[in-house]
Structure formats: structure tokens, C-alpha cells
Design a protein around this ligand. Sequence first.
Ligand SMILES: O=C(COP(=O)(O)O)NO
Length: 247
Amino acid sequence: MGRKFFVGGNWKMNGNKAGIDGIIAFLKAGPIDPNVDVVVGCPAIYLDYARQQCPDNVQVAAQNAYKVPSGAFTGEISPAMIADIGLQWVILGHSERRAIFGESDELVAEKTKHALDAGLKVIACIGETLAEREAGQTEAVVFRQTAAIAAKITDWTNVVLAYEPVWAIGTGKTASPQQAQEVHAKLREWLKEKVSPEVSDSLRIIYGGSVTAGNAKELGQEGDIDGFLVGGASLKPDFIQIINAKQ
Ligand SMILES: O=C(COP(=O)(O)O)NO
């Protein structure tokens, strides 16, 4: 198996330069487990500011990007621009992009394909709503979302899949380790059948949704949970404990 643990932070539309200075300070202080990949998603306007200050063991990611290199798309940024300022990562398909900004499975898949083709690495987000879970549709939803991406890409090397049940995001209602592990394992089975055993075995599937220093260790002990995508808790020093959850 040997998948390197991966902990992402998602600052969402939060902070300012002073706040970023504070986050960078605790990231620099660490200590950060060298066996963990750490990537923090920063608002686009501060990407270069954060990049200039982040320690070498932390990568800065954009939280979104469009599906073409340039053009008449007011307000958007492209993977080429993200790469141009020296960044490697982008978060795509977050449930807030899907629910609030109407991003379809198809658009997320096109964005993922284009970002990978532009040389970026992608944290691709999927996850069901509470209504979908209560209707017994969890697997159907996450398989549908993953299938849309699988239809566009062939090389998963630079992809990290983030399973983020929408009902756990920002609610304090974390999925139990058993609930999260069950979906991660089903996703790995799906990948083995529909993509390849190699991708199924090597792809990191990370969990997001109210991860805290208090629940990260237990979640991280599950065999198919390869890390986290952390929102609120990534803005505070406790994020270091989450990064080191496997220690
Ligand atoms: O949206 C999230 C999770 O947010 P919270 O940790 O605040 O639930 N990650 O991308």
C-alpha cells in the first residue's frame, strides 16, 4: 500500500495578510511530520503572498481554477497562472463550488483534466448531501462524481481524491471513522474495477468534514483514510496536531 499521508488545509474565503502571517508562523514552528504531504488552500488574492512566506515543507494551493489557459472569463484564474507564480496544487470541485456556484460533475471533470494537463496537482473533491445520504444514495453520488473525472483523465498520479460529506462540512458533525472508512473502501473498490488495481492501490483518498485535533487520530487509523482536507481547524495552531495525527 505505502500511500504517503496527505493533509490539506482549506482556508476558504477567510483571512487577510495579518491572519496569513499568523498561520504561517505556526506552520513554521511546527513541528511537521516529514512523512506527511502538507498543502494549504489559500484565497486567490493572497496566493503569491502566502507562497513567499510558506516554509518549504508546506505547499500553497489555489482553491479553484477554470478549464482553459486564458480568455474572456472575468474573475476567473487559470492553472497556467497558478503555475506561473510557482505553485503546484489546486483544489477543484469543492462542495461549495458545486452547491453555491453551480459547478457540475462535468465542469469539475473538465477543470481537473485541464489542471493536470497544465502540470498542476489536483485535490479533487466529492461528497454527498445529507438528503442524498438519508435517501441511501451516498455510493451512487460519489461513484457518479468520480466517474465524471475518470471519463476525462487517464493519469491519476497527480490527483488526491477528497471525500467530504457535505453534511459534515462546517457543522461539527464529523463522519464517524466507520462511516468515512466505509465510503473510502467503496471508492477504492470502484477505482479497482473501473480504473485499475494500481490506481486503486496508490491513489490517496482523504477525508474532509469537521476534522479536528480531537478526532484526527482515530480517523487516521482507518486503512483507507490517507489524510484529511481541513477547513476551520486549518486556520488555527491545532492544525499541526492534525498534520501529525499518524505519529
Ligand atoms: O470544506 C472542508 C471541511 O471544512 P471543515 O473542516 O470546516 O468542516 N474542507 O475542504
